[in-house]
Design a protein around this ligand. Structure first.
Ligand code: SRM
Ligand code: SF4
Length: 573
């Protein structure tokens, strides 16, 4: 198939977003002009759709909605800005820049995301350009952090389990760069690059995506076994590093994962990516490019809910995809190699890497970096960044690694950690250390219930139950989201809660501890009292009846609470 024949075979009707993208002249639209409009803090919907490709969403503070409505004021419009770095690795200077812009232009907090990016909330329209400029001056970018393109490429950030992390991270950076949009729109609008092309750009300038980009977002993650912290089976395209005796020999390729669904619509479901074969490292870019192009050409452009790659594969069959991929590559993947995952969480505290440097993984509750009374996390990290000569690594579980610390600097950094009481989570239960919650209210326009702001207090109550049952140190993966879009990858947790309405959640059980099995709905639309009522006896029974090294997710299946789910097609069964 020719890259220019973009809507084929999707000559079927397409959604309004497709028209907006097509008309936008490679993501320009009227963004440059609407940003100048001082009458409103908002931008028109068409430009908002395009803005996502530049890394930002228009939002409004939902806590203020009613009050402003009563006062007949427009909603408190503000922008979320997502800053990405492949594998989540940034320098101390870049950390300090994020800290500075968060104070100067955003709400004074930094949010570390589930895909190893940064988010700023509360940036006003008038400050967007300055913020994006400062981000770029520090050599980070917001381009393609959101939108119908390849998103931040995830990569296991921990160097202590094998010697190949640096190499794998380089591949994450290479594939990320290769799949960046090539349109100069971003540089013209935000960075005042002179408009080089007066006439419309040609398709050759966007050879991978073409003028309408992808039907939907696309996600890539690289795991380094035995850690599956990137939840490789949740990715549209996952790579599993195969290493032997500390040497990277290649990757197994997994395709068609995804988490999003809609309540009450069984045609939407979370799905696990499936392993289709093995490639050498040098083949990775080619495989990623061709996979993206297949999705570009065959993904559903009519119904956005059905436009993710997982549906393209499930509708047409895995065999069809593999044949199409082989045809476009001109060569065949080898048979997948054996691998083993044993967890998808983070490992906290100090560890020595195989390069002799030190790494400290901090527990950051739900990824929110801020100063609170009694816990000056943001200030402490700023002080570390001022003296640190290594790097910072955002983990796929919303935590932070202070990485590549030399033995000389370790004492100094340890002293700051102590002075600010920065925690590796040891005072908390293992359940909390394995928890994630998405942003949800008050910024997320799609949230049906609280998540980030509620999860800590639910965990306080669950920790009492764990203490009673003697399970405080038992690692159990728990996740919460404010809606079924699945931003904290809830369908892979051993226990999860998905928002249904204010204070109400659907409860799911039985995900695999290493992110290799989906969970299943156990109770619908329940509040906190019922959650505790359900979990107390279950956890007590687990404490008494579990088999040796049996994880909670496995136990609830064996004990008959829920059925095992190995494919998204059985998720609603
Ligand atoms: Fe997400 C939309 C936050 C990871 C699936 N996600 C959103 C938006 C932008 C809401 C919106 O469209 O208006 C949220 C902004 C909230 C806010 O106020 O900040 C949002 N998603 C997040 C983050 C910040 C959650 C977090 O707590 O860290 C994560 C940012 C990742 C990043 O840095 O790039 C985030 N989102 C995910 C993940 C997890 C992942 O990628 O590993 C998923 C599930 C995996 C997947 O894509 O299948 C995810 N987000 C969605 C979806 C559902 C997509 C679908 O297939 O239907 C939406 C809604 C949409 O796209 O229409 C969404
Ligand atoms: Fe918002 Fe839903 Fe994503 Fe949570 S899961 S951040 S509520 S879109």
């Amino acid at each position: 198939m020719n890259g220019n024949n973009l809507l084929s075979p999707n000559s079927a009707p397409h959604s309004d977003v497709e028209d907006i993208k097509r008309r936008s002249n490679y993501l320009r639209g009227s963004l440059a002009e609407t940003l100048q409009d001082r009458i409103t803090g908002s931008i028109p919907e068409d430009d908002n759709r395009l803005m996502k490709h530049h890394g930002s969403y228009m939002q409004d503070d939902r806590d203020l909605r009613n009050e402003r409505n009563k006062q007949k004021l427009e909603p408190a419009y503000q922008f979320m800005l997502r800053v990405r770095a492949a594998g989540g690795v940034v320098t101390p200077e870049q950390w300090l820049m994020m800290d500075r812009v968060a104070q100067k232009y955003a709400n004074g907090t930094i949010r570390l995301t589930t895909r190893q990016s940064f988010q700023l909330h509360g940036v006003l329209k008038w400050n967007m350009k300055s913020t994006i400029k400062e981000v770029n001056e520090a050599l980070l970018s917001t381009l393609a952090a959101c939108g119908d393109v390849n998103r931040n490429v995830m990569c296991n950030p921990n160097p202590y389990q094998s010697e190949i992390h640096g190499e794998v991270h380089e591949w994450a950076q290479k594939v990320s760069k290769h799949l960046d949009p090539r349109s100069r729109a971003y540089y013209e609008i935000w960075l005042d690059e002179e408009k080089v092309i007066d006439s419309r750009e040609t398709e050759e300038q966007e050879p991978i995506y073409g003028p309408v980009y992808l039907p939907r977002k696309f996600k890539i993650g690289i795991a380094v076994p035995p850690s599956n912290d990137v939840d490789v089976f949740s990715q549209d395209l996952g790579f599993i590093a195969i290493h032997e005796h500390g040497k990277l020999i290649g990757f197994n390729v997994a395709v068609g994962g995804g988490m999003g669904m809609t309540h009450g619509d069984p045609k939407t479901y979370p799905q696990l990516a499936r392993v289709i074969g093995f490639i050498t490292p040098e083949q990775l870019i080619d495989v990623a490019e061709k996979t993206v192009m297949i999705q570009r050409d065959y993904g559903d452009r009519a119904v956005r809910k059905h436009a993710r790659f997982k549906y393209t594969i499930d509708d047409r069959g895995l065999e069809w995809f593999v044949d199409e991929l082989h045809q476009r590559l001109g060569w065949k993947l080898e048979e997948a190699r054996p691998y083993h995952f044993d967890h998808n969480g983070d490992r906290y505290g100090w560890v020595k890497g195989s390069n002799g440097k030190w790494y400290f993984t901090l527990f950051i509750q739900n990824g929110r970096v801020k100063d609170e009374e009694g816990y000056l996390l943001m200030t402490g990290l700023r002080e570390i960044a001022k003296v640190h000569t290594g790097d910072f690594r955002l983990t796929p579980n919303q935590n932070l690694i202070i990485g590549n610390v030399s033995i000389q600097k370790k004492k100094k950094i340890e002293a700051i950690i102590q002075a600010y009481g920065l925690t590796d989570g040891t005072q908390y239960s293992a359940l909390r250390r394995n928890s994630m919650a998405c942003v949800a209210l008050p910024t997320c326009g799609l949230a049906m219930a609280e998540s980030e702001r509620y999860m800590p207090s639910l965990l306080d109550k669950l920790e009492l139950i764990l203490d009673e049952a003697g399970l405080r140190e038992e690692e159990i993966v728990i996740r919460m989201t404010g809606c079924p879009n699945g931003c904290a990858r809830p369908a892979l947790a051993e226990i999860s809660f998905i928002g249904k309405a204010p204070g109400k959640y659907n409860m799911y059980l039985g995900g695999g501890f290493s992110g290799n099995r989906l969970n299943k709905m156990y109770r619908e639309n329940i509040g906190e009292e019922e959650i505790l009522h359900e979990l107390r006896p279950m956890l007590n029974r687990y404490a008494k009846e579990r088999e040796e090294s049996e994880h909670f997710g496995d136990f609830v299946i064996r004990a008959g609470y829920v059925k095992e789910v190995r494919s998204g097609l059985d998720f609603h069964e």
